[in-house]
Design a protein around this ligand. Structure first.
Ligand code: SAM
Length: 243
């Protein structure tokens, strides 16, 4: 029966691959992968010979239409990304929406994910959290995004690339203040590490850190100052004027 399977793959340790993920990937007609070369290595390791198609950010709309056509022809499809869940800071959301609109089933095949592994070991509040993914690379835009998050009382979870981590933490300190945080590095891999402390303390060591990382920052303990909206009237006033 045609359906779209969203299959999570390991974020480091190959033993995170579930038996169900292996059997689904082996039994679908087509696997749509973010990077076919990376996925080929995974498939080879598990002896899976299913046909592979490329499905990355730059061709997502076009390939989404192609995937719906394949479902129309009676094929079952699995989407995978390079690591963890597809659609989580990875391609797949456009095809998922189109497939739902076309009336097909979307089936999750659960597995590993960097955000949840990091969050549960962070030592910060796990009852309420906000997963933000990547902040913008441009400092101005990043600062604006952080202002929007400043008064959330929930733990904040970010993804970040190692070459941007210093600048990102500097912006966090500037906007959010010197909060408690955890940096989770190389999750499920040999050099897995959790660094916990204040943003300032982590800034002292980030220069030497390599590998993939998740940044978790405690939520706001402050109430929003009711005067603050009036202190940043520029955008709001403009909107009012045009409305
Ligand atoms: N789809 C993935 C998931 O479900 O977690 C996330 C993909 S996103 C493009 C890549 C980012 O995830 C990295 O920059 C890093 O922030 C985080 N990440 C992925 N694997 C990781 C790992 N083993 N350890 C720490 N962070 C990881």
């Amino acid at each position: 029966k045609p359906a779209l399977y969203l299959v999570a793959t390991p974020i480091g340790n190959l033993e995170e691959m579930t038996p169900r993920a292996i059997s689904i990937l082996a039994s679908v007609d087509v696997i749509a992968a973010e990077d076919t070369r990376n996925t080929m290595k995974l498939l080879t390791h598990f002896g899976i010979k299913t046909r592979l198609l490329s499905h990355h950010q730059h061709n997502e709309l076009q390939s989404a239409k192609g995937l719906v056509d394949l479902l129309d022809q009676g094929n079952s499809i699995a989407i995978v990304s390079d690591a963890g869940y597809p659609l989580i800071s990875d391609p797949g959301s456009i095809v998922c929406k189109m497939v739902i609109e076309a009336g097909y089933s979307v089936i999750p095949v659960s597995g590993s994910n960097a955000m949840l592994n990091a969050l549960v070991c962070s030592g910060l509040d796990t009852q309420h959290f906000l997963f933000y993914g990547f902040l913008k690379a441009s400092e101005k835009e990043r600062i604006r995004e952080l202002h929007d998050l400043k008064y959330y009382p929930f733990t904040l979870v970010f993804y970040e690339a190692p070459h941007r981590i210093r600048k990102m933490l500097e912006s966090c300190k500037e906007v959010l203040g010197n909060r408690q945080m955890c940096l989770a590095r190389e999750l499920t891999k040999k050099h897995e590490e959790f660094l916990r402390g204040t943003i300032e303390e982590l800034l002292e060591v980030v220069e030497e850190l390599k590998g993939e990382m998740v940044v978790i920052i405690e939520g706001s303990k402050e109430e929003k100052d009711p005067g603050e909206d009036q202190a940043m009237p520029l955008v709001h006033d403009q909107i009012k004027t045009y409305i």
